[in-house]
Ligand binder design. Sequence first.
Ligand SMILES: [Zn+2]
Length: 146
Amino acid sequence: MRNTIATWPLDAPPPPDVPAEFRTPCTRVGRDLRHLPAGARLPDGACWELSEEPGSGFLLGLGSTRGLRYTLEVDPYLPPGPLTALVAEQVQDHVTGYEFLQWPTCPGHVHLLVPAADPDDAERARWHCRRSGHPLALIGDLSTGS
Ligand SMILES: [Zn+2]
């Protein structure tokens, strides 16, 4: 029996009942979702849903009025950096694959940015240019126009 812990808008900060491990990844990725391509917007009702399945762990769902998809069985013991990169990757797959939004795009290029944990800092994850491999921004700190 799945127990829903919280549901909240995709680009909003998590409510207080979301466990601490998920707050940083969801807050940072949600903040970057405010930087969609010009003219694009998140679908109606785009939301996170965090639930707990006894015996198996946490599930992070992504949904909209078109339905909820469970994309990630989350290991809450991952450090914040790798967990943020994982959540960013799943959200990117979701919005590009199901909502047909290109997010986030590389400044000056047409490709998507690639999320990856920072190898030197377990607290951080960054968006990288697919072509150069260079980090461009911390996940959560995309600037307008990126
Ligand atoms: Zn690039």
